[in-house]
Design a protein around this ligand. Sequence first.
Ligand code: PMP
Length: 426
Amino acid sequence: MAPVQERSRCFNFSAGPAMLPDLVLDKIVGELGDYDGLGMSILEMGHRDAGGPVQEVLQEATDCVRHILGVPSNYAVIWQQGGAHGQFAAVPLNLLRDKTQADYVDTGVWSRRAMNEARKFCTVRVCAELREEGGRLEVPPVSEWNLSDESAYVHICGNDTISGVEFLEDLDLGDRLLVADFTSTLLSRPVNISRYAALYCSAGKNLGPAGVCLVVVRRDLLDFALPQTPMVLHWKAAAETSPIPSLANTPPVFSIFACGHVLKGLRRSFGDVGTLDNVKRRTQRRASAVYKIIDESNGFYINKVASAVRSQTTICFTFGRDATVQRQWTGSITDTVKPTDLEEAFGGIRICLYNGLPDEAVDEVLRLLRDFAVAESGGLEKICNCKVITCLDTCSRSIKAIKEEHPTASPTRSCLEHNLRPMPVL
Ligand code: PMP
């Protein structure tokens, strides 16, 4: 097969599985057939071979997680199956201890999924929820959360993808046990692990291909699993296998092998020191470029999430005009840009900017957003009014595109740039 970089590549803005970087895909494909010249694929090798290739791959991926995230030594790093849904159950099973209730923050669909699973094992209290204040969606500050001393832990969803609401900072809940679903936010910014009792991240977004869930848990909390906890969700059972963790049952070798390559790729691309600081800078730059277009579109695109909790990875918006515009958006998606998500649960569009997405893909979607707003605004006069086009580079590009499309038009740079004079209507 030709290297990925030589094939035409489709940009995938969906909520996951997300794109993997080309170089990472090539490394995976290159190593898969014959691992390390041994005449066998890693997929055919046994995980019980002490110190053998599978254990080596597992250990390397785990070490990479520890290095990149700066996981303190009093935390265990384990890989389990069952995705985040498995952990929705694992969290109460492992952390309820002698309590019978837990506090959950409701920021959207994924918080509620976690709650629904937890309800099978304990009483779930909603201690805080997303609220609309002055037309903005916001999460109340921790000081306003209705936390209970009787609750075993407090659960948040780090990035609730369907509402596009993300905790951009690590919360400080003092002695309370904070547990986070980091499925859609891990590896987008540095994390102060010590603030958490446990966090989990189902692969399929920044971490690598689906099939495995990474769990980071404080070691002193490993002793409390309820007796009925299934072995495959038992954190201590996974943390204490020998000679390395995560061998309680046959691990999903391919997923962990691929996650290892993603993690090594991050270190290569973003540096070995401060990897996630560098990733965060890129994440923020890309997200703010999209939000800028949304915010400056004069209500053509609408995102109501308050800036303090605006997702940097899953950007949701609706259209200020009638619903047909949304259908036309879907029709305007080209073969190289697909799919931005038409998310029924949310009723709008979602653009996901996971790490594997190259910058040129983001440029493509920015162009799509601008062009679509321009086309749907019904004439060049409206282009000016909707302030969609702001930067110089875009102006020249758009002027060229407009001239090609409408040879009789005479758009001017200052008009597009400064939104000063109305454009001639065609
Ligand atoms: N939590 C979040 C924030 C998610 O985005 C998703 C997947 N889209 C899940 C949980 C569910 O993950 P899984 O399907 O691996 O259980």
